[in-house]
Write a protein that binds this ligand. Structure first.
Ligand code: AMP
Length: 374
């Protein structure tokens, strides 16, 4: 593959914070960036040379976008597969559309993982009430019902604690195609963010621990002492999918130490944001290198780190006290340029560095508390 070199134009499908941090990396290396999404004044568009506002199904606009860029990547996996296929007629898409196809649909994702021998929670596909009853009988309770497509941050999920809850849970998620999976009584959640070059080279950021609140990632601690074998599973998944780019694998660590793969994200991931401030090469620069066919960069983590997300809930009528957080040692503030702080919306994050992961986490949490202490 011929490398796409600085000066070339990268296209991004999607325009959220992942696209923004990717675009910042790309521009730092001298690339031009075009984004396409249905919105204007977006986190990624604000950083781009050209922000195209068009729906993903507007194939005329998609073609126009694809003709003017040298390579295309995406920053969230819910880009319609047909859009990726149309782009591929004009410019390479990395990771390729097949990776998107698997990762954007829970039935395909779980089936791929199970059939390839990776450890996943027991699951059944649910397309109607009859299948739901059969699935509940087979999996047992508690179980988690998840929509097959377009879920994120716990949206499109419902817990089924007793068989009689099943029908209301199914209505809650919209009675659409879904997966019922066994509830995993995990000790903790971890993830591995890794990159694979088009030449098969591999790099990873080790195992990090993730804590969630209301199904949304709340904090990441890096490095984490758990489950080093998670890296080998991530590597094997990327080989099997022939990924060119960054991919994150989220895991549950069972109480006996065994691993269950929960989800794949074929792009930089919230649990890899610490790499911007703590690693030689951030996950975003790594994605850029991988999609452009440049050598992967060093993933060495220079200092222990922790990341906490800043959700719209922090606003509560007035802007958080940014200066108070910035006053603390080892604290780095990242904001995504979003004007509307809705509850549950990811508005930014804080990374704190420290002599050890726990101190870093304490600092990050202290910084977040300082935002609303006034
Ligand atoms: P997901 O959208 O699948 O990543 O789920 C979001 C969060 O919900 C996970 O990070 C877990 O904290 C929780 N969760 C999802 N599936 C399960 C499960 N099968 N067992 C236990 N907790 C789960």
């Amino acid at each position: 593959m011929k490398a796409v070199l600085p000066g070339a134009t990268i296209g991004i499908l999607g325009s959220g914070q992942l696209g923004r941090m990717f675009a910042i990396s790309a521009r730092r290396l001298g690339y031009r960036v075009h984004t396409l999404s249905p919105d204007t004044d977006t986190p990624a568009g604000q950083i781009s040379d050209c922000e195209i506002t068009a729906g993903y199904h507007d194939l005329d606009a998609v073609r126009d976008f694809a003709r003017r860029v040298d390579v295309v990547t995406f920053e969230f996996e819910n880009v319609p597969a047909a859009t990726a296929a149309e782009v591929e007629r004009f410019a390479p898409v990395r990771p390729a559309g097949n990776v998107l196809h698997v990762a954007q649909h829970r039935v395909r994702e779980k089936t791929f993982l199970r059939d390839a021998g990776f450890p996943v929670a027991p699951f059944r596909v649910v397309r109607n009430h009859a299948e739901l009853q059969q699935a509940v009988a087979a999996i047992g309770c508690p179980a988690v019902l998840k929509t097959a497509g377009f879920g994120y941050d716990g949206h499109g999920q419902a817990m089924i604690r007793h068989p009689e809850d099943a029908d209301s849970a199914y209505r809650k998620i919209g009675s659409c195609e879904a997966v019922l999976e066994g509830f995993i009584d995990f000790a903790c959640e971890v993830s591995v963010v890794a990159a694979r070059g088009a030449d098969g080279s591999f790099a990873h950021y080790g195992v990090v621990e993730n804590r969630h609140r209301h199904h949304i990632l709340d904090s990441t601690i890096a490095p984490a002492p758990h489950a080093p074998e998670a890296v080998e599973i991530a590597r094997a998944i990327m080989e099997k999918l022939e990924v060119a780019g960054v991919l994150a694998v989220e895991f549950f660590v069972r109480r006996d130490g065994g691993l269950i793969v929960n989800e794949l994200a074929p792009r930089p991931h919230n649990s890899g944001h610490f790499t911007i401030d703590a690693c030689v090469t951030s996950q975003f620069e790594q994605q850029l290198r991988a999609v452009c066919g440049l050598p992967l960069g060093s993933t060495e983590q220079v200092r222990p780190a922790a990341m906490v997300n800043l959700l719209g809930d922090l606003w509560n009528g007035s802007a958080p006290d940014w200066a108070a957080a910035c006053a603390l040692p080892g604290v780095k503030l990242h904001l995504y340029g979003k004007s509307e702080p809705r509850p549950g919306r990811k508005m930014g994050h804080i990374t704190a560095l420290g002599p050890d992961p726990q101190t870093a986490l304490d600092r990050a949490l202290q910084a977040r508390d300082a935002l609303t202490a006034r």
